[in-house]
Design a protein around this ligand. Structure first.
Ligand SMILES: Nc1nc2c(c(=O)[nH]1)N[C@H]1C(S)=C(S)[C@@H](COP(=O)(O)O)O[C@H]1N2
Ligand SMILES: [Mo]
Length: 236
């Protein structure tokens, strides 16, 4: 794992913690009202997962393979050309280069991947950076409610901040102990374990903070805004 520069710099660490706590306070209540926290009878089968949801959401079938879904084009981005812009309604827009991303706190997590086309891949070990940490760096304005995430392939997908700020929403560069393959969105993609996988942009290049909801690529074409697997919430 790369060195965590913030632990070498107490002021910077304090600022990161302050910014995170501010976001946490702002979204705690909304987050507590999201389906995964409130549904009394989430639909699915299998033992409860770590969020108390049945492991296999309704209508899903477990696969050990990892199918590839894209728009017919898999962009190739060399690490020295790669960048991620985080902008929109924020106090401090940033452009990260690969080294900047690697210098941020790296998180390991294992989570499930539910595709709207009815397959689920369970227990994928990931390494990456928390969306929440990136949000804390840019300091979203108090009027922000959503983000739009854009891929290098022209893809886009929208998310509410109360979902995006959940601690298992990561921007990952490593899966199954290997650098994330290009076909799965390498060098960096987002994952949204508590929502259908189309909410996680592969080949992510930009995160835009918004003050209202807008529709992304599939959402404009009739996919659900909210994409909640345990409500069979696929299409709108
Ligand atoms: N940039 C980009 N991200 C994307 C897509 C895409 O076409 N382009 N497809 C989405 C869909 S529909 C799914 S199910 C997952 C698939 O990820 P995988 O190909 O790694 O299985 O990525 C999502 N993110
Ligand atoms: Mo999908």
């Amino acid at each position: 794992m790369e060195a965590n520069t913030s632990s070498e710099n107490p002021d910077k660490l304090d600022r990161i913690i302050d910014a995170r706590m501010k976001l946490k306070r702002r979204f705690e209540e909304k987050m507590a009202q999201t389906p995964s926290m409130t549904d009394e009878q989430p639909r699915g089968s299998g033992l409860p997962n770590r969020h108390g949801m049945p492991t296999i959401p309704i209508g899903q079938t477990v696969t050990t393979k990892w199918p590839v879904l894209d728009l017919g084009y898999q962009p190739s981005i060399p690490l020295d050309k790669w960048q991620l812009n985080i902008d929109g309604e924020v106090e401090n827009p940033i452009r990260l280069k690969w080294e900047d991303l690697m210098a941020l706190p790296q998180v390991e997590d294992t989570s499930d991947f539910h595709c709207v086309t009815t397959w689920s891949r369970l227990d994928v070990p990931w390494v990456g950076v928390r969306f929440m940490d990136l949000a804390a760096l840019v300091d979203p304005k108090s009027t922000t409610t959503h983000v739009m995430c854009y891929g290098y392939d022209g893809y886009s997908t929208n998310l509410s901040l109360e979902e995006a700020l959940k601690p298992d929403v990561l921007l990952v560069h490593t899966a199954d102990g290997q650098p994330l393959a290009r076909e799965h969105g390498g060098p960096l993609r987002m994952i949204t374990p508590q929502l259908y996988a189309w909410k996680g942009s592969k080949w992510i290049k930009r995160i835009e903070f918004l003050t209202k909801n807008q529709l992304g690529f599939w959402e404009e074409r009739g996919y659900s805004n909210t994409a909640y697997p345990w409500r069979n919430d696929r299409y709108s």
